[in-house]
Design a protein around this ligand. Structure first.
Ligand code: BGC
Length: 437
């Protein structure tokens, strides 16, 4: 008897000639999938994946752990693996993929990838993201754009405002909104959400090269650069425009408040678009999105991926079916439409994409020079560096008395420590640094 019997005995009742008939009981293999998609839009996207997996004759056993950006899911995953109870498949993204693969715990998906010609189908950045030491170790789902500024169309229309494309326009719009008694911006003071806003501002002031210098190469010199000071100042200025800047609300609550029109703008990854739809708001009617000012030519990305734990290879066949299923053109299209992301396949059709997705798609397709890997969403740095940088940014955000120069000094010290540690371990940061490929 295996430790975890996940083969579900499924029986079905059919009605034939009005007589109940017990259909042939079948053994359906199942896979337990650990993830952090718990909002309405996210759940809808997971249902799409489960349906495509069912087409392959495999049942999706859901193990959803609440917590935006995967804070809780990461912890649960680590403790489950330590307890010898790794899930069959799990949402592991970005640099974390390499960390788990390095331990030899992830199933190599080379056969599926080569049968499906992933090499050709995937955007180069995504192709690199799912590879570790020459092997494919994760199946990619969709690409999210983090530099997304949502604006409330009806509130903007009421004041005859155009969506801002520069910081001067942003400030002008914010002033007019406030004068009309409307909160310009809603955000949350939750650390990962503050840092998500901040990485946007850093990209806006420094562009992708400086962004990589600080977050991927983690250069202590970059921490004393005036562009970092400028991004910090802008974070403080943004705080001044916020509705209840001290609210540590989940991102779904911020979405809700934005949807209701409690504030006119909101900066968040485009998964918020899916949530707005689930709440009954229509894109281009109730709300719309533009890249944050200063990031028009850039794509701050987070790519969702599923990795499979080897365990004792008992579920390899079903795991390979999952990898194959999520890369099918149909699953790619349905998943991203539900999730707010765009497909990872270069041959995906743009026909059914909304305005926000089309802009994201074109931005990402510009290639590596226009792309910046999200620090908060694990695309730029290992977990430890990420957490430490987020904590410093958050400290600056909550303490209005802290000067940007002080945060810069603290970050420089932190990066020196992180550099020293990674040097000692013989590793280097940032598998997403194209210069290191
Ligand atoms: C994930 C998204 C998820 C978001 C909010 C991101 O890290 O990539 O799939 O919707 O966090 O939890």
């Amino acid at each position: 008897m295996p430790k975890f019997d996940r083969r579900l005995r499924v029986a079905c009742l059919a009605s034939l000639l009005s007589l109940p008939l017990l259909c042939r009981a079948a053994d359906v293999p199942s896979l337990q999938v650990l993830h952090w998609w718990t909002s309405a839009g996210e759940r809808q996207a997971a249902r799409m994946l489960a349906a495509r997996l069912a087409d392959e004759g495999v049942a999706w056993q859901d193990a959803a752990i609440p917590g935006g950006a995967g804070l809780g899911a990461g912890k649960v995953l680590r403790s489950r693996v330590l307890a010898g109870d790794a899930p069959d498949a799990t949402q592991i993204i970005g640099v974390s993929i390499g960390e788990w693969a390095e331990l030899g715990l992830l199933l190599e998906l080379d056969a599926v990838a080569s049968a499906g010609n992933w090499n050709k189908a995937l955007f180069p950045t995504v192709r690199e993201l799912v590879r570790h030491r020459g092997h494919v170790v994760a199946a990619p789902l969709g690409i999210h754009r983090i530099n997304t500024l949502f604006y409330h169309r009806k509130l903007f229309a009421r004041l005859n405002l155009a969506p801002p494309t520069t910081w001067a326009e942003f400030e002008q719009a914010a002033r007019r909104l406030r004068a009309a008694g409307i909160a310009p911006l809603v955000q949350s003071s939750e650390p990962w959400q503050v840092a998500t806003l901040f990485e946007n501002l850093l990209l806006a002031t420094g562009g992708p090269d400086f962004y990589r210098e600080l977050f991927v190469r983690q250069s202590p010199q970059a921490a004393s650069d005036p562009r970092l000071a400028q991004a910090l100042q802008r974070l403080r200025a943004m705080k001044g425009w916020m509705l209840n800047a001290a609210d540590e609300q989940p991102w779904t609550e911020a979405v809700r408040r934005f949807g209701r029109g409690e504030a006119a703008m909101f900066v968040m990854g485009d998964w918020a678009k899916a949530e707005l739809r689930e709440m009954g708001y229509a894109i281009d009617t109730d709300f719309a999105c533009v890249p944050l000012p200063g990031t028009d030519n850039y794509h701050l990305y987070s790519v969702d991926t599923l990795a499979m734990f080897v365990n004792d290879y008992a579920r390899q066949e079903a795991q390979e079916k999952l990898a194959k299923a999520v890369m099918s053109p149909l699953a790619q299209q349905q998943y991203s439409a539900a999730k707010g992301s765009v497909p990872v396949r270069r041959d995906a059709s743009q026909a059914g994409m909304d305005s926000c997705a089309r802009s994201s798609w074109r931005g990402f397709a510009r290639g590596a020079a226009a792309q910046a890997p999200s620090l908060v969403h694990r695309m730029a740095a290992d977990e430890e560096s990420r957490d430490a940088i987020i904590a410093e940014v958050h400290r600056f955000y909550v303490d209005d008395g802290m000067a940007p120069a002080e945060t810069q000094r603290r970050l420089a010290g932190l990066l020196r420590t992180l550099n020293f540690r990674s040097h000692k371990q013989g590793s280097h940061h940032g598998t997403q640094d194209p210069d290191r490929r």
